[in-house]
Design a protein around this ligand. Structure first.
Ligand code: ATP
Length: 234
């Protein structure tokens, strides 16, 4: 297993946001975590990347216990995150934003940069433009591209389709598939459960801080409870 989360508990003050979450991501997979607003999806990703401390439980990555490892060391270990709300540097150019993604790595970055520009031709066209003046969809691409610059083993994606026009939503999901086909494991958090389940291999459903279901993604697409709660029912 590349990433193993074992019974983690996370609190905001006295509020328990995660009440014993366990999940696994194997090398090469796209795993999606779906759930309603406030269920704990973002908190789960932030805890994996080290932005939130856990109060109990264990996270193992690449065979090592990283539960107490500082966030920047997790990036070096191979955990890349594209956060919800993008978090790009608005005053810096697209190219400089991308370079920031690999700040901890020394040496020539031209190969990584070329790969990101190939995945996202729009970023290549706009490399000199300030990040903050890019459209919502372009900023999303930039945030994913920046995370890829660090050559992560696993890419954590928080709501990559949020706020995008339908055509761009399709585009972002097919790019995620492409990133995965090229060898990066993906843990994807999405409100857009339909699309997420279509590209994922496996899925977990989270409700108020607990995993209530896990299965192959295709099976969840047909699951009556999941259909009713997350896929608009029928
Ligand atoms: P959304 O899709 O709306 O972002 P989510 O599934 O990602 O939802 P989280 O953001 O992980 O949910 O939130 C889980 C719970 O923790 C929620 O009840 C939320 O109100 C609470 N929470 C999140 N961040 C904080 C915070 N900074 N302080 C207090 N409570 C918080």
């Amino acid at each position: 297993m590349l990433l193993e989360i074992n019974d983690i508990h996370v609190h905001y003050g006295k509020i328990a946001a995660l009440k014993g979450i366990s999940l696994e991501v194997d090398e090469g997979e796209i795993v999606t975590l779906i759930g309603a607003n406030g269920a704990g999806k973002t908190t789960t990703l932030k805890t994996i990347s080290g932005l939130r401390p856990l109060s109990a439980g264990r996270i193992t990555f690449d065979g090592k216990d990283i539960s107490r490892l500082a966030g920047h060391k997790r990036v070096l270990a191979g955990i890349g995150q594209s956060p919800e709300g993008r978090g790009i540097f608005p005053g810096m150019s697209v190219a400089d934003n991308l370079h920031m993604g690999a700040y901890a790595r020394k040496g020539d970055l031209s190969k990584e940069l070329a790969e990101v520009y190939e995945l996202f031709p729009r970023l290549a066209e706009r490399k000199g433009q300030a990040g903050g003046t890019m459209s919502g969809g372009e900023q999303q691409m930039l945030a994913i591209g920046r995370a890829l610059m660090a050559k992560p083993k696993v890419l954590l994606l928080d709501e990559p389709s949020m706020g995008l026009a339908p055509m761009l939503v399709q585009q972002i999901f097919s790019i995620i598939e492409k990133i995965n086909e090229r060898g990066t494991t993906v843990l994807l958090v999405e409100q857009n459960a339909q699309q997420a389940l279509q590209i994922a291999h496996r899925a977990y459903v989270i409700e108020t801080g607990r995993i209530v279901k896990s299965a192959a993604a295709v099976d969840l697409l047909d699951d009556p409870e999941v259909r009713a709660a997350y896929l608009g029912g029928d």
